[in-house]
Design a protein around this ligand. Structure first.
Ligand SMILES: NC(=O)c1ccc[n+]([C@@H]2O[C@H](COP(=O)([O-])OP(=O)(O)OC[C@H]3O[C@@H](n4cnc5c(N)ncnc54)[C@H](O)[C@@H]3O)[C@@H](O)[C@H]2O)c1
Length: 264
């Protein structure tokens, strides 16, 4: 199957976890895949693995998602090397959990800079190039412009979660940005969505899931009817939102909730 053959996918945070799984799934479907991440060894490995499983082309670019020049330069490089970016997946993200009264300002700033500003920078870098292309093509009907997609990774923590004031604010902000981009960019045939995963076992959550002799792991297993998730449970929804089956959808915020309604 080569559902994404000819499509160029740019994934932030593609070195590990959900981003890596999503990159590999796109690669298996024949896409051209660009991984952007601060983790060089993981990113190089993912790009190599993408090629091995069927990517038409793959590329790793090291950079910091919270830095304008780094993100804009990487998106330009992907346009130059892949011909364009058709699908942007914003998966780069960090946690610095603490109860409100102990949350340090530097950890507020760090999480907001990566999860919130970083997502904006990647959207902006793509959007300006996409709009320029549409302007070159002249005044056409929306669906005559190239089909572009943005999929952001929010979280069930956007509904509020104890110990995650900074993280939940960033992920609620991602929902606001998703809806704004969905309204603003639809004119240019860009569909923007967000997924809200519940707890998934990845390097991001490893510390939480192993601390206090597995107390937190047990707590989440008890709360989530289908248990703690795997990255593929998220990547499969992302591929749906990037693919032809969702052509008539825009601005959807999709909880991937492990069967639980409401909080994480
Ligand atoms: N794992 C979960 O339970 C869960 C639940 C809901 C949402 N999410 C979200 O899913 C996304 C992926 O998380 P994951 O669980 O796969 O974690 P992960 O740690 O495996 O992946 C995050 C990636 O982001 C990269 N990254 C961190 N800082 C960066 C920076 N400054 N610039 C560029 N890249 C940077 C990391 O190197 C890593 O490869 C995140 O946005 C996360 O908030 C995860």
């Amino acid at each position: 199957m080569e559902k994404f053959k000819g499509k160029s996918v740019f994934l932030t945070g593609g070195s590990t976890g959900i981003g890596r799984q999503t990159a590999l799934d796109f690669a298996r479907e024949g896409a051209m895949v660009t991984i952007f991440d601060i983790n060089e060894s993981g990113g190089t490995q993912t790009a190599e693995d993408c090629k091995a499983v069927g990517a038409e082309k793959s590329l790793f670019i090291k950079g910091d998602i919270s830095n304008f020049e780094s993100v804009d330069g990487a998106i330009q490089k992907a346009f130059d090397e892949m011909g364009a970016v058709d699908i942007l997946v914003n998966s780069a993200g960090v946690l610095r959990d603490a109860m409100i009264h102990k949350l340090e300002e530097k950890n507020w700033d760090f999480v907001i800079a990566i999860n919130l500003k970083g997502t904006f920078l990647a959207i902006q870098a793509c959007a300006k190039r996409w709009i320029e292309k549409c302007k070159e093509m002249g005044n056409l009907n929306t669906m005559e412009y190239p089909d572009r997609r943005i999929i952001n990774i929010s979280s069930m923590a956007a509904n509020g979660n104890i110990g995650q004031m900074n993280y939940s604010a960033s992920k609620a902000g991602v929902i606001g940005m998703t809806l704004t981009a969905a309204k603003e960019l639809v004119r240019y045939n860009v569909r923007t969505h967000a997924v809200q995963p519940t707890m998934v076992a990845t390097p991001l959550t490893e510390e939480l899931l192993t601390k206090q002799e597995g107390k937190f792991k047990e707590m989440y297993e008890g709360r989530i009817p289908f248990g703690i998730g795997k990255p593929s449970y998220i990547s499969e929804v992302i591929l749906f939102l990037a693919g032809p089956e969702s052509i008539f959808m825009n601005g959807n915020i999709i909880p991937i909730n492990g069967g639980k309604l409401g909080d994480l």
